[in-house]
Write a protein that binds this ligand. Sequence first.
Ligand code: ADP
Length: 527
Amino acid sequence: MENGPDSMLPRHEVTRHDLMFGVLSLAIASAVFAVDMFTDIEGAVAVLYVMALLLAAQATNRKGLAALSGTFVALTLFAFFFGSDPPGDLAAFLRLAVALAALLVTTALLLRNDRARSELLRTNAALRESEERYRSIFDRTRVALWERDYSKVRSYLMDLRARGVSDLGTYSQAHPDFIAECMGMVEIVAANEAANDLLGTSTTHAPAGVMTGFISPTSPAMTSILQAIMDGARYFEDTVEVIGASGGTKSVLLSIGLPEDPLSFNRVIVSMIDITQREEARIALAEAQAELSRALSAATIGVLSASLAHELNQPLGATGVNSQTLLRWLDRTPPDLEAARRASERILRDSNRASEIIRNTRAMLSAKPQESERIDLNTLVIDTLSLMEHDLQRERTTVDVIKHGELPPIPAIKVEMQQVLINLISNAVQAISAAAPRERLITVTLDSQDQEDFVLITVRDTGCGLGGEAKEKIFTPFFTTKNTGMGMGLSICRNTIEARGGSLTGRNHPDGGALFEIRLPKEQADA
Ligand code: ADP
């Protein structure tokens, strides 16, 4: 009757067993009714319906039982009032009452018993279902899982603790076989496919084995696991080296969920995630980073020396030219002392500039921030052009300076700004001389009206303009299209300007030639 319609369990087929109980119950009930109805036996004959009820309980459900109980009550009453021995005395009424009470009490007990049984079966079914679900997750997941029995090792560790041992690190040093001994006590109850794949073991062999062999007893992780069990920790997780069946090692993330209940230590779940590749990638990345930082420091030194060589080239070149001029004036008879003086003044100026460049580079390298000055852009351009006088004359190039608006002083470092302008103007001179001879003109504009917060300095030439590849790469260090070029000038210029909060861009002018634009903030908080 456990599978009645009001039960949550699936209905099962009526068995021969059910049929037999049903028939027997009916036979007894009929016999009881016949005796009760047609004989004068003075006794609570109807009590015997209880037997029929007990038998029927084996074959029917709760509703059937209730219906049957009702029928038996009705039959008892019918036999009492219409039977061969009609009711007359008190004793007969009492017998009736006893029979009815027996029937009702039995029905109530049977119904309660049935409910309890149904509940038990339902719980069992749910338990079975959950166990199956757990089993299928355990078997199918791609995470390597083991069910291990740690109960022996736990008892052993608890005994040790009771004897006053608390630090297993020290204890295992004094007892070299301790860890291996403990590992021998851990039994593998089950292992899933992923676990067998990970360690290269076979499914048939894995269960019922012990944990020895896969983790080296000398591994510090083993001591930590045992310590965690001894300390009553809930969880253990660490990266561990495991040894596969073939003898190869793997890095795994080992997790053990340790139960609170000591009785559950016979089914502890252990998981491992293979992180060998991740570990290898991490090591490779660390090596690559170290390599890169070595390469970067080499590159920094390279860039720095290239930058210094580039910047010093101009003043040193000019010093050489002026020294030759000086000698020529002195070699004259009589020597032209006035011209010689002018030449030596230029030498002095250029060598001062060279020292200033070196000083500036050193200051740039030192952690101390450089003090910026307030620079008048007009003076800056005039001074720069005077420094380049020789080059411009040699290349027969004219420079026009055009101003738009009132130019406010700009917070910057003079020598830095000179370097930037010299670079841009030298490039322009070279671009013009490389192009077909035509008007050799460079236009420098100083504009305070272009944008509210910035002044705009442009350098435009009438040269060949930026070629296809150059347009993309001119600011990339070491990009050059010149045979003797170093490709550092523009990248240094852009860094310098950006470090002052400005910007440097380059493009072709619609009317031909290249146009470089520097934007510098008018008011800038000194970093
Ligand atoms: P370098 O002058 O040593 O080549 P730069 O960084 O100053 O290094 O310039 C990089 C490249 O940009 C040059 O080789 C050239 O191709 C291009 N370039 C720079 N200025 C101009 C310009 N005014 N006109 C045409 N091309 C230019």
